[in-house]
Ligand binder design. Sequence first.
Ligand code: SF4
Length: 380
Amino acid sequence: MDKNNYFLINISLLHRCGQKYYDKLLSDTNINASQVPFLILIYENEGISMQELAARGCFDKGTITKSIQKLEENGYVQSVPSFTDKRIRNLYTSEKAKNIIPQIYMIRKQWWERLTAGLDTSQQEQFSFLLNEISEKARTYNEADEKQSLPIFGIQKLTLLDYPSKMASTLFCGGCNMRCPFCHNKGLVFLDETMQKLDNDDILSFLRKRKNILEGVCISGGEPLLHDTLEPFLRILKSFGYSIKLDTNGSFPERLKDLIEKGLVDYVAMDIKNCISRYEETCGVSDFDVTPVKESVSYLMEHRIPYEFRTTLVKEFHDEKAIREIGKWLKGADHYYLQNFKNSSSVIQSGLHSFEPDELYAFKKILEETIQQVDIRGID
Ligand code: SF4
C-alpha cells in the first residue's frame, strides 16, 4: 500500500476509533460522538448560527441540521431566531448540556493521552502543528471548491413541460435580486437555513448518466444569472450534449448576452413582471431600475435564439391598462405566455388573487393585437 493510501486509512481509523471511544463513555447520555463537535462549538461560541457552525468545520448543512435537531429534541441545545434577521437561528447550550460538557472535556483529554502515550512534548507539538497545517489546506481547498459551485437547491429530474418539445431536467438555483410578492419560490429567494444546497458533482453525475435519454436542462431559480459559476456549469452540460433553457427575470442583460453569444444557452424564458410603470411594486423592490430589463427584452427580440416572454397575472397588480402597456412594449415579440397566479403556502405575500378564465382570454385578445402568439397557462 502506498503512503498516500496509508494516510487516508489512518485518518479514517483515527476518526472511527475516536467515535467508538466517545460513544462508549457517553453511553449513559443520549449524545453520540458525531454530535460532540457541534455541542462543544456551540458551548464555546454561545449564539453561533448554523451557517457559522457549518463554516467552522466544513460540515454540510444536512448533517448539521439533523444533529442539531437531535440535540434540541434531547434538551441540550436551543435554537432562537436572530433579533436582526429572522431567517437566521442562533444556537445556545441548555443547563443540561452545560452540566455534561466538563465530562466531555475529560473524555477528550483521556483520548488524547491514550493516542499520544509514549510521545514526548515536542513530538506532540509537532504532530498538532502538522495536523493543523494539513487541515487548513483541506479547508482552503473546500472553500475554493464551494465558491466554484453553482448554488442549486432543487432538481426536478424529469419534466415534459418546462422545456418546449424537449424531455428535460430542471435545476433550481438559489438567490434572487427581486422579491415578487406572488413568487412561489420563497425558499429559493430567502434561502433560510432549512434549504440544502445540492452537490454539483451529484447533479452532474446524474445528468451525465442521462445524457442519452434527456435532451435538455432548464436552469431556473431564483435568478440563475446572479451567479458567476453558471458559465462553467453550463460548459459542462454542453459537453454532455444538452440543450439549455434559461429562466430569467432579465435583470442582467450583459450576462444574458454573453452566455447566448458563447453558445451556452439555446432558449430563454424571460419574466415580464408588469408594464414598466408598475414594475417596482410588482417585483417587490423599491426604486427598481427597469433599464436592464428593457435591454434584455430588446436583445431577445433581435431573435438570436428562440425565446418566450411570460407574465404571472395577479389581480392586485395587473389590469387592462397594464396589459395594453405591455402589449405596446413587447410589440413584435414571438411568443408570450400569460400564467394565472396560483396561491399556495410558499408564496411570499399572502392574500393575492388570480383571474377568472374569461378575464385572461380578454387580456390575450388585447395582446394578440401586437404579439404573434399569445397563450395562457394555469387555467383548469
Ligand atoms: S418570481 Fe420574482 S422573486 Fe421569485 S424567483 Fe422569480 S424573479 Fe425572483
